[in-house]
Write a protein that binds this ligand. Structure first.
Ligand SMILES: [Zn+2]
Length: 430
C-alpha cells in the first residue's frame, strides 16, 4: 500500500469516528460536588463542577430535600457549546433546619438523542445541616502575659473541630488536643507587638464549618527592653565576609553583604522558624524548668534593641531574640530540656545550629555552634550534650545564642529558666 493512501484511510477513520461521537453523545454530563457528604454549615461554600465533553451542557437544577419537602436552590440554562461549568452554591438563607437533608442535582446536555431531550444525569448526596458553632469552655485562669513572654491557655470543646487555637493581631496559634480530651495552646506575646494590639481569643471551627470566637481573661504587661549599640568594624567584616558571602551571593561590598545577612537572611530565618514550629509533638516532651547553659556569663539579653554602627554612622536596627551566653571557647552545650531534634545543621544567621522540639509548639534553639553532636530525629534528654559553642553565623566571638521559640515566635528564655514560673503558668494547667 502506498504511503499516501494509508494516510488517507487513517484521516477518513478519524473524521468518521469524530462525527460518530458528535452525533451519538450518549454520555450524560458528569456531576461533582465538593464537599459531597458530612456536616455542613450555612456559610460553607459548596462547589458544583459540571462537565459534558459531547454536545455540551444544556441546563441544571439543584434541589434541597428535607423531611419530604423540596426546596429549589438553583435552576440554570447554559448557552450551546458550554462544555463545563462551575457553580458556587450557598446554603445561606435556605429553608433548611438542622439535621439530615439531601441535595439532588440534575444536569442535561444538548445531545440530540432521546428525541432532542438530551442525556440527563442525576445525583443525590446526603448531608447534615449544622448551624451551631462549638461551645468553648476555658479551663485555665490567671493568664499573665508580659510582652515577649508566653502563657498556656487550656479549654474544652463540646464537639470535634477541624481547626482550633488562639488568634490575635493577624496571627493564629494552633492548640493541641491532649489525651484528656481538652485543648492546650501555648500562646506567645510577640515582643514587637504593642500591648493594645495583643488581644488573644480562642477560635474553634467545627467539621461543618461553624466558627466560634471566645475571649479569655488575661493581663498583658509591657516588656522592659534595653537599647544597645553594636559597632561593626573592618576587622569583624574581614573575618566574617567569606562565610556571609556564601549566604548572600552578589550582595556587593563587605558592608552590603553584612547588611543583607542582618536584614534579609535574618527575616528569612524567622520565617523558617515558623515552618519548623509545625514539626511539634501534640503533647509535652519536657518536664519542669529549662536549664541554663552552666557556668556561663550573659552577654546579651532577649529583646535588646540593637543599633548597628559603622564608622560612626548608624546602618541598621534589629531586635535580639535570644540570650547570648559565654563561658570558655568550644564549651559543651547541653539540651535545656528533653525533646526531639528537629533541626541540626547550618541555619543562616544562627550558623551551625540545633533546634529541639519540646512539644505544644515549644522549641529551643542553640546557635553559633562549632560542632554538633546530635542528628535530626534523635530524642534527647535534659542536660545531654548536643554540641559545642563557637562563632558560626552572625557571631563576633565564641558564645551560645540560646533561643526559646513558641509557635515560631521567639520568646524570653528567662521565663522558662524559672521553675516557679513554668509550674504556675504552664505545667499546673496541663
Ligand atoms: Zn544572640
Amino acid at each position: 500500500m502506498k504511503k499516501s493512501k494509508f494516510l488517507f484511510i487513517l484521516l477518513f477513520l478519524a473524521l468518521a469516528s469524530g462525527a460518530f461521537l458528535y452525533f451519538r453523545d450518549t454520555a450524560p454530563p458528569q456531576i461533582s460536588l465538593t464537599p459531597d457528604t458530612g456536616a455542613i454549615a450555612p456559610g460553607r461554600p459548596l462547589i458544583l463542577a459540571l462537565d459534558d465533553q459531547g454536545r455540551g451542557l444544556k441546563n441544571i437544577s439543584v434541589t434541597l430535600i428535607q423531611q419530604g419537602g423540596a426546596h429549589p436552590l438553583l435552576i440554570k440554562s447554559y448557552p450551546p457549546g458550554t462544555l463545563s461549568a462551575r457553580e458556587n452554591l450557598s446554603l445561606d438563607n435556605t429553608a433548611l433546619t438542622e439535621g439530615p437533608f439531601d441535595i439532588v442535582i440534575s444536569a442535561t446536555d444538548h445531545a440530540i438523542y432521546h428525541f432532542g431531550a438530551g442525556n440527563t444525569a442525576e445525583k443525590t448526596l446526603s448531608f447534615t445541616f449544622d448551624k451551631t458553632p462549638p461551645i468553648v469552655n476555658v479551663t485555665s485562669t490567671g493568664h499573665n502575659f508580659v510582652q515577649g513572654g508566653a502563657s498556656l491557655v487550656t479549654y474544652t470543646l463540646n464537639e470535634p473541630v477541624e481547626k482550633t487555637g488562639v488568634t490575635f493581631s493577624d496571627r493564629f496559634i494552633p492548640a493541641y488536643k491532649q489525651p484528656s480530651g481538652s485543648y492546650a495552646c501555648l500562646v506567645p506575646f510577640p515582643n514587637d507587638l504593642a500591648v493594645n494590639d495583643f488581644v488573644p481569643k480562642i477560635v474553634a471551627v467545627d467539621t461543618a464549618g461553624n466558627e466560634r470566637i471566645t475571649g479569655i481573661f488575661y493581663r498583658a504587661k509591657k516588656g522592659d527592653f534595653r537599647q544597645r549599640r553594636i559597632d561593626i568594624d573592618d576587622r569583624f567584616l574581614q573575618a566574617k565576609t567569606p562565610e556571609f558571602q556564601s549566604l548572600v551571593p552578589n550582595a556587593g561590598s563587605p558592608l552590603d553583604i553584612f547588611l543583607a545577612v542582618n536584614r534579609e537572611l535574618r527575616a528569612k530565618n524567622r520565617q523558617e522558624l515558623a515552618t519548623l514550629s509545625l514539626q511539634t509533638s501534640p503533647t509535652p516532651l519536657w518536664q519542669g524548668k529549662f536549664l541554663r547553659q552552666p557556668q556561663s556569663a550573659t552577654l546579651a539579653l532577649y529583646g535588646d534593641r540593637r543599633s548597628y554602627y559603622y564608622q560612626g554612622r548608624k546602618i541598621d536596627n534589629q531586635i535580639h531574640l535570644g540570650i547570648d551566653l559565654a563561658s570558655v571557647a568550644q564549651a559543651p552545650v547541653i539540651a535545656s530540656n528533653s525533646g526531639k531534634i528537629v533541626f541540626a545543621g547550618y541555619f543562616g544567621i544562627y550558623g551551625q545550629c540545633v533546634v529541639i522540639d519540646h512539644g505544644l509548639g515549644l522549641q529551643t534553639l542553640y546557635g553559633h555552634l562549632s560542632q554538633i553532636t546530635v542528628t535530626q530525629g534523635e530524642d534527647v534528654t535534659r542536660d545531654q550534650v548536643i554540641g559545642h559553642t563557637g562563632n558560626t553565623g552572625m557571631a563576633g566571638g565564641d558564645h551560645l545564642h540560646f533561643g526559646v521559640v513558641v509557635a515560631g515566635i521567639p520568646v524570653n528564655p528567662v521565663e522558662w529558666w524559672d521553675g516557679t514560673w513554668v509550674k504556675n503558668n504552664i505545667t499546673s494547667r496541663l
